[in-house]
Design a protein around this ligand. Sequence first.
Ligand code: MD3
Ligand code: FE
Length: 183
Amino acid sequence: MLLGAVRCVIATAPLYRPTMPRTGKPFSVTMTNCGGLGWVSDKDGGYRYQATHPVTGRPWPPIPPVLLALWDALSGYPAPPEACLVNVYGADAKLGSHADTDELEFAAPVLSVSLGDVATFHVGGTRRSDPKVRMRLHSGDVVILGGASRRAYHGIDRIHPGTSDLLAEGGRINLTLRRVMLR
Ligand code: MD3
Ligand code: FE
């Protein structure tokens, strides 16, 4: 069961709260990772991928086989993902509009799996000022961002509390599988 595998990842690599580069402002989302590389951010180091958890200093746990199988089935990319970022949203968490540019490989898509409460998601174009469309992501939704959309601005506007019974604690978990390095 996917949720069980995610719970195991979080038990091994605890959720932590990243901070913004330069300002040190804390994210409203908490995060962890699995895979050979994990995405982290803090005041002094900024956005980056690294092989170890920023709090425990230990290597990230492996990506659960069920997620590797999903990537194999849907990504169309001939190598496994190196990173799986786990984003955990409470009722008031948001993720401001951004483009994912910390990976070296843009030929690989980003594959996202949503679990728990419904979220309002927006996606625009490759410029921040481009028009955006909004849609609601439900528990179990899988989104693949490839091709031109891989570089599009996107974010999470809000969580809709109480819209799923999957997570006893409420809120939302999003998993993103990514290829980081060039093949
Ligand atoms: C559109 N996560 O981790 S996943 C992120 O729901 C991130 O936690 C959001 O944005 C979340 O970087 C959205 C869907 C997603 C992921 C990557 C994208 C949409 C994307 C890359 C380009 C365009
Ligand atoms: Fe993103």
